[in-house]
Design a protein around this ligand. Structure first.
Ligand code: HEC
Length: 169
């Protein structure tokens, strides 16, 4: 019986590996922008599964506030403290950034899509997948929604801590 199980497990593992290989198409990054060029609409490799991924954090004032702090230290230099795209570094790099304070800017992006974009980064924006924990990325996404005018719910005081999040995922 044991042997049959492990053969089965091997086949499953091989199948999963094959699928993973297929899913991992090379990331098509745009060619590096020459100094002084204005970057717009970089291409991100985002699957339907990424798009459908739900934000595990409730959209509350506490999680928005946590996201705001992270955004201030990790993103505002380019995207501006409010998300308006007017950060100092963006000026220096001569890139034009989208204005996240306009509700339309991120409206068509799902939370899952934003999570993937943050994780991948682009030629100018550092990828966060190895730099920032998942819960912090989701908190920033809640902040981005608030920056775009969505009104968060009042906290119930039940927000998970970083440790609880790590245990649950
Ligand atoms: C070094 C500058 C820089 C930093 C730091 C940076 N970004 Fe970006 N970001 C960019 C550039 C450039 C783009 C591409 C702009 C475009 O779409 O034309 C971008 C695009 C994005 C987009 C995609 C918008 C869309 O719908 O296409 C999101 C969301 C975003 N950034 C969020 C963040 C967050 C959150 C952080 C902090 C964790 C961050 N960025 C840090 C430069 C930066």
């Amino acid at each position: 019986m044991r042997a049959i199980y492990s053969v089965g497990a091997l086949i499953l593992a091989a199948a999963a590996f094959g699928l993973a290989q297929q899913a991992q198409k090379p990331v098509e990054n745009p060619p590096p922008a020459a100094a002084g060029t204005v970057m717009s609409n970089p291409h991100y490799e985002i699957s339907e599964e990424d798009k459908a991924r739900k934000n595990p954090l409730p959209f509350t004032d506490v999680s928005v506030e946590r996201g705001r702090k992270l955004f201030a230290s990790q993103c505002a230099m380019c995207h501006g403290a409010t998300g308006d795209g007017k950060g100092e570094l963006a000026k220096d790099m001569n890139v034009t950034l989208p204005d996240f304070t306009k509700p339309a800017t991120l409206q068509k992006r799902t939370d899952g899509e934003l999570f993937k974009i943050l994780s991948l980064g682009n030629e100018a924006m550092p990828p966060q997948d190895k730099r920032m924990s998942e819960i912090h990325r989701w908190q920033i996404i809640n902040f981005l929604r608030a920056a775009g005018g969505a009104v968060p719910k009042k906290s119930t005081g039940q927000e998970v801590t970083d440790e609880q999040y790590v245990e649950a995922h």
